[in-house]
Design a protein around this ligand. Structure first.
Ligand code: NAP
Length: 310
């Protein structure tokens, strides 16, 4: 029987996904009808972006799963009208993009590149940075993205510590977990990378108390979510010199308002939520594989635990 797949995302996303998603569904051997409009009662799967117009799932009476195009699910996970499995995006392109953004900015902070990029002022600055082996990096969040970034940074020689909710093992990475492990993870971090999801339990995880656990002069990279940081506390820590620099990709309000203090702060670099993005070709294969699994009665990949919020 034909599987009806509703593509529910912004119109420009349809333009970029239509061809690769069609190809991936064909390659997966699925008999499908893929469209941006169906009578809700006829839809089997929704390929979904939380900023689409579909916010009430009640009329989708035969829906089997919602397949999120984004890694983050904070804007759909609490939707009370959703009663079918919700899968989030884990995609090779998304992971590779995050590895490249995190590695690039860790190296930038480690090598203190900004001093030379923005300090073309006739001053001969001779300070030689340490080797990676002497620059401990901590990653909060040892999920798909955190583990991949940790492995790459460890491969470059950085001593990497990873922290998450539960115990994880990553080769060449020191891992710790839970509330008791957080102090140990932060106390050594000269560069801290935030790759946690936005959940009630992670809100403001970087606050005055946890910033104080970091060594003086630590650098912070946030490609996770804006809610992870108490902005007032971070600005105070930057102003006091306890935190040396921050590169922030994600914010509580996006786009970051033009009058936000981060834009003008001399120790802050703002990037506009571009750390990584779902890539159409590889993401389409993930979506097609999940629909194939659904039709074959196999477990879905990348299911969200809605009680945990990620
Ligand atoms: P993931 O695989 O779900 O991993 C999440 C990690 O966070 C896991 O290690 C998890 O612990 C840990 N965690 C969750 N709640 C926690 C808590 N309360 N205390 C301690 N650890 C906790 O997610 P992912 O694919 O790596 O993505 C991480 C986040 O990156 C996404 O949620 C999204 O917000 C962000 N992101 C940003 C961009 C961008 O362009 N800026 C792009 C993609 C994703 P366990 O290992 O114990 O489960």
């Amino acid at each position: 029987m034909t599987v009806n797949i509703l593509f529910a995302a912004k119109a420009e996303r349809w333009d970029s996904y239509r061809t690769p998603l069609t190809a991936a569904l064909r390659a997966a051997g699925i008999d499908f009808d893929l469209r941006t409009d169906f009578a809700p009662a006829d839809v089997d799967y929704i390929v979904y972006a939380p900023n689409s117009t579909v916010q009430d799932f009640t009329p989708y009476t035969r829906l089997r799963a919602v397949l999120n195009l984004w890694a983050g699910v904070e804007d759909v996970v609490d939707n009370d009208t959703l009663h079918v499995p919700l899968a989030r995006m884990v995609d090779h392109g998304l992971t590779q993009g995050m590895i490249e953004w995190v590695t690039g900015h860790v190296l930038r902070h480690h090598l203190e590149m900004d001093k030379h990029l923005f300090g073309q002022d006739g001053v001969w600055r001779t300070h030689v940075p340490p080797l990676a082996q002497d620059r401990p990096v901590t990653i909060l969040g040892m999920g798909e993205l955190g583990r991949a970034c940790a492995a790459t940074l460890a491969g470059l020689g950085f001593p990497v510590t990873g922290w998450g909710r539960t115990a994880r093992t990553v080769p060449d990475v020191t891992t710790c977990h839970g509330a008791n492990g957080l102090d140990a993870a932060l106390s050594q971090a000269q560069i801290l990378v935030l790759l946690l999801p936005d959940t009630p339990a992670t809100a403001n995880i970087l606050s005055a108390d946890t910033l104080a656990m970091l060594p003086r002069g630590a650098h912070i990279l946030n490609p996770g979510r804006g809610t992870l940081i108490d902005d007032t506390d971070l600005l105070a820590a930057l102003d006091s010199g306890h935190i040396a620099r921050a590169t922030l990709d994600v914010f509580r309000t996006e786009p970051l308002p033009a009058n936000h203090p981060y834009w003008a702060h001399p120790k802050v670099t703002v990037t506009p939520h571009i750390a990584s993005a779902t890539r159409e070709t590889s993401a389409s294969r993930v979506i097609a594989e999940n629909i194939r699994r659904g039709e074959a009665g196999e477990p879905f990949l990348n299911l969200v635990d809605r009680s945990l919020g990620y």
